[in-house]
Design a protein around this ligand. Structure first.
Ligand SMILES: *Cc1c(COP(=O)(O)O)cnc(C)c1O
Length: 492
């Protein structure tokens, strides 16, 4: 006899989760399509729903379960105070079309967040509209393009992008109509300064740099690079995904950067992915402020105190998000920043950098670190030694880490490091969790030598083993289909 667990098909005709009170308004007929009998929705009780989602949540990894060193993504802990504040009635239930006069508190919060981001980054104006880093990049590119066009320099069509950049950089530059020119990295992992000097010219719109870069390294020639681009008449965009390394320590605006996005879901602890959405505000210098997407919040001083209002920058590139961006994320990031204060923000970066260097120095004799110098908040190791000597690839190591309950680092990125393992611990991890990760990585290296098949056949303890990732991409199946619908299809 086999006992089948209750897993997915839980629907039972007539079962209810909630009972809605008798209406106090007149009945009206719903369109036939929307009538309950016509909808193929599961009929389940409240406990069925709770158990289902609790069970499903346990099949995946989460920052609330264990270490999550996914490089470049800054998977720091999302403090629960953020969630409490974001759920306050006056914030959570505010209608996006509420008139200014009744939304002054929310506008003030957004205004203050704009001001705080300006202050931390050294810029003069910020838009909170973009929904993610990538949309921030696109916004920045549109601003750069509009600025050149306004000065009669629309012929500046080339955007320089280092070969270590995140794929969104060339993608967004291209979407904004630029031609991408790739800049090589030098032997110390910097953007190659000589190459930048050679490549810039009268057709240069700008350079999109990531500093600290995706190798987790501070660019040793950042000011010379910025100068070279400026001297050629271009602007410099900084991909701010790695801002977690330099809060309160280095200021991109003061360095000479013209435009940068912030990833609130990385640096400022708002949730990623399923707990999202994200938010990618963009900061610019004073001379670019007029081009920002509108509206932005402005403060108008009046006799009886300040008033907050929506205004459109005069040369705005237009709107990039419905309503005012992902307001719930603004609330969370604002809470996080106010909770830490200026010295707390600096401490975040100091601890993030310390944690990354701790992992690097404990692992660099076992895993090769190609650009092995003091890193910022992350570093890139490679399994190329393990692959050459034992046939154990980065993918195998990533899968084996799942058996330790650890989310793998970012793999195979940046593209300039073969078999890359990009490791970012963040500041929120304790010494114990860092040591646990190191121990797991050292054990895996030993297994690679002594019993490589333990690693190459991993994971062993997860609910699902190796997935057919190509198949999953080719045959997307994202929607639950009720049994009776499947039967109906089969019968056709
Ligand atoms: C995450 C990331 C991006 C894109 O940001 P999203 O918010 O995911 O759109 C761009 N560049 C780098 C280096 C990143 O790590």
């Amino acid at each position: 006899m086999s006992v089948e667990p209750l897993i997915f098909e839980l629907s039972s005709p007539g079962r209810r989760g909630v009972r809605i009170p008798a209406p106090d308004v007149p009945h009206t007929e719903l369109p036939v399509d929307l009538q309950r009998e016509r909808l193929d929705w599961p009929e389940v009780s409240e406990i069925d729903v709770v158990r289902h989602f609790t069970r499903v949540s346990q099949k995946n990894h989460a920052i609330d379960i264990n270490f999550y060193p996914l490089g470049s993504c800054t998977m720091k802990y999302n403090p629960k105070i953020n969630e409490r504040v974001a759920r306050l009635d006056g914030l959570a239930n505010l209608h996006p079309l509420a008139p200014e006069a009744t939304a002054q508190g929310a506008l003030e919060l957004m205004y203050e967040l704009q001001e705080i981001l300006d202050e931390i980054s050294g810029f003069d104006a910020v838009t909170l509209q973009p929904a993610a880093g990538a949309l921030g990049e696109f916004t920045g590119c549109l601003v750069i393009k509009a600025w050149h066009a306004d000065r009669g320099e629309a012929h500046r069509t080339k955007m320089l992008i280092p070969d270590s950049a995140h794929g969104t950089n060339p993608a967004t530059a291209r979407m904004a109509g630029f031609d991408v020119v790739t800049v090589p990295s030098d032997i110390r992992g910097n953007t190659d300064l000589d190459a930048v000097r050679e490549l810039v010219g009268p057709d240069t719109a700008g350079l999109m740099i990531t500093n600290p870069n995706t190798l987790g390294l501070w660019d040793e020639h950042i000011t010379q690079i910025i100068d070279a681009v400026h001297e050629a008449g271009g602007l410099v965009y900084n991909d701010g995904a790695n801002f977690n390394a330099i809060l309160g320590i280095a200021s991109p605006g003061d360095l000479g950067i013209d435009v940068m996005h912030f990833n609130l879901h990385k640096t400022f602890s708002t949730p990623h992915g399923g707990g999202g959405p994200g938010s990618g505000p963009v900061g610019v210098t004073a001379e670019l402020a007029d081009y920002l997407p509108g509206p932005v919040v402005t403060k108008i001083d009046e006799e009886d105190g300040p008033r907050f209002a929506w205004t459109n920058p005069p040369k705005s590139v237009g709107r990039l998000h419905a309503f005012n961006g992902n307001f719930g994320m603004h609330v969370r990031a604002y809470t996080y920043i106010r909770m830490h204060g200026a010295s707390g923000l600096r401490q975040i970066s100091e601890d993030a950098v310390l944690n990354a260097n701790y992992l690097r120095t404990r692992l660099h004799e076992t895993y090769h670190v190609p650009f092995d110098r003091t890193c910022m908040h992350e570093f890139v190791a490679t399994a190329s030694m393990q692959k050459q000597q034992h046939g154990v690839k980065t993918l195998d190591i990533a899968k084996r880490l799942l058996d330790f309950g650890i989310h793998p680092p970012t793999t195979y990125f940046p593209l300039i490091v073969p078999e890359a393992l990009m490791i970012e611990p963040t500041e929120t991890e304790s010494r114990e969790s860092l040591d646990y990760f190191v121990d797991a990585m050292l054990q895996i290296a030993q297994e690679a030598e002594e019993s490589p098949e333990t690693v190459t056949s991993a994971p062993h303890t997860t609910e699902f083993k190796r997935l057919d990732e190509v198949g999953a991409n080719r045959n997307l199946n994202l929607r639950w289909v009720p049994e009776r619908e499947k039967e109906a299809v089969a019968a056709d």
